[in-house]
Design a protein around this ligand. Structure first.
Ligand SMILES: [Zn+2]
Length: 236
């Protein structure tokens, strides 16, 4: 019995080593696409910022068009007033026309100023869009590169995991069914099925073990399960 459990324990420890490696690699497989998502989010961020700016520029350009129409109307009016003004007979009429033309001209100046100011803002927005476009292109390149690297890495890791899984049945040979089931159960529930003893304590959960169990684990006379986490205890 003594020899038997020692042997089984050795096999289970090898099994745990392999399972830990698989778990680590699988965590990598899981993490990798997450890294990519962060980069893809950055691209979406640029798209959103650019959309805001483009929408704003569009609204502003529409405002420019409105003012340009208004401006043309005032300019047309001035032309008309000038023609009419050339035919006045009295000084009073002349002054009235001149004042009306001046008013119209004032409106034209105001509109022209506004148009220039708006176009200035549009230009700034469009320059910013162009800037974002460059940054976005860079980010897209980075994503493509990162994706290629990740896919390559994932393929490597996947191959390694597959290889390890293929090795697993060999390690199971000779392990009694009952003890194997115990291992698999804790492995499935806790990730790691075995835990080393640190003095009288389980190194995984910190629970203190009875003196009998510590003794049995140290001497490998029989399977000892941690009272706290159910892991198979061993003295390393
Ligand atoms: Zn424990």
């Amino acid at each position: 019995m003594t020899t038997e459990w020692t042997e089984v324990l050795e096999r289970l420890l090898s099994l745990q080593q392999l399972d830990s490696k698989i778990r680590r690699l699988e965590a990598e497989l899981y993490r990798a696409p997450g890294d990519l998502k962060v980069r893809e989010k950055a691209i979406a961020g640029f798209d959103a910022k650019m959309k805001v700016l483009k929408d704003r520029a569009q609204v502003l350009r529409a405002q420019v068009l409105l003012r340009e129409n208004e401006l043309r109307a005032h300019e047309g009016k001035i032309e008309k007033l000038k023609v009419q003004g050339s035919e006045v007979r009295t000084n009073k009429e002349f002054v009235a026309f001149r004042s009306e033309i001046a008013n119209e001209q004032g409106e034209c100046d105001r509109l022209q100023n506004e148009i220039l100011k708006i176009l200035d803002v549009v230009e700034q927005a469009e320059a910013k869009v162009a800037e974002f476009e460059v940054e976005r292109t860079h980010e897209v390149d980075m994503v493509a590169k990162a994706r290629a690297e990740i896919l390559e890495k994932l393929a490597d890791v996947k191959a390694e995991v597959d290889g390890l899984k293929k090795d697993r049945p060999t390690l199971l040979e000779g392990v009694p069914k009952e003890q194997l089931q115990l291992y698999e159960k804790v492995h499935a529930a806790r990730g790691r099925a075995m835990s080393s003893l640190e003095g009288a304590y389980c190194s995984a959960c910190g629970d203190v073990q009875t003196r009998n169990d510590v003794y049995a684990a140290q001497n490998r006379t029989r399977p000892v399960l941690c009272g706290g986490c159910n892991r198979i205890l061993y003295q390393s």
